[in-house]
Design a protein. Structure first.
Ligand code: AMP
Length: 190
């Protein structure tokens, strides 16, 4: 089973991905985590991505599709993956479709976590207050979050239409407690 968990920054995609990994024995494929690992490893990709991420912009589609393809070819992805933070542009969605088709795989669900902007901003403010400086993500600042939200509405939201047209999109309320959202997700997936 392959699932896209879709939603704005700080919607809870990472947290809920972990729940789905446990419950359905899937692999979490977070392009944000992969890029952060590349930065901490000091790879060429990491050097390229670092400034882009700090500004809240998107890394280019070709690079992202390349790292996703490499990851999808690993044997542990055989049982299925949760795409977390990917695809973020329509071109990435189209690239993913082509990649899956070539691999003889398909998408089973695209699930959107719906959370109001004010709640996203207050979640990030809380996270900033609770996390020591040296552990904080470089893009976890109120200003960068606003930029990431703008990028989400401009470049990422059209992806919803793309999957809506394909009849794959399901929407759930991402605002209740973590366990309640997990239960809503489990209801959709079954
Ligand atoms: P995330 O951890 O998913 O919030 O991603 C953090 C940052 O990594 C984003 O703000 C982008 O700069 C970059 N990034 C992560 N995933 C993608 C993607 N699929 N396409 C482009 N940039 C991405």
């Amino acid at each position: 089973m392959n699932v896209i968990l879709f939603g704005p920054p700080a919607a809870g995609k990472g947290t809920q991905s972990k729940f789905l990994v446990e419950k359905y024995n899937l692999v979490q494929l977070s392009t944000g985590d992969m890029l952060r690992k590349a930065i901490s490893d000091g790879t060429e990709l990491g050097i390229k991505a670092s400034e882009i991420m700090k500004n809240g912009d998107l890394v280019d589609d070709e690079t992202i599709l390349g790292i996703v393809k490499d990851r999808m070819e690993q044997p542990d992805c055989k049982n299925g993956v949760i795409f977390d933070g990917f695809p973020r542009t329509k071109a990435q969605g189209q690239g993913l479709d082509a990649m899956l088709e070539k691999m003889g795989k398909k998408l089973d669900f695209v699930i959107q976590l719906q959370v109001d902007d004010e709640i996203l901003i207050s979640r990030v403010e809380k996270r900033i207050a609770e996390t020591p400086d040296n552990e904080r993500r470089s893009d976890d600042t109120p200003d960068t979050l606003r930029k990431r939200l703008d990028v989400y509405y401009e470049q990422t939201k059209p992806v919803l239409e793309y999957y809506g047209d394909k009849g794959l999109l399901k929407k759930i309320d991402g605002m209740p407690r973590v366990e309640v959202v997990s239960a809503l997700l489990a209801d959709v997936i079954g």
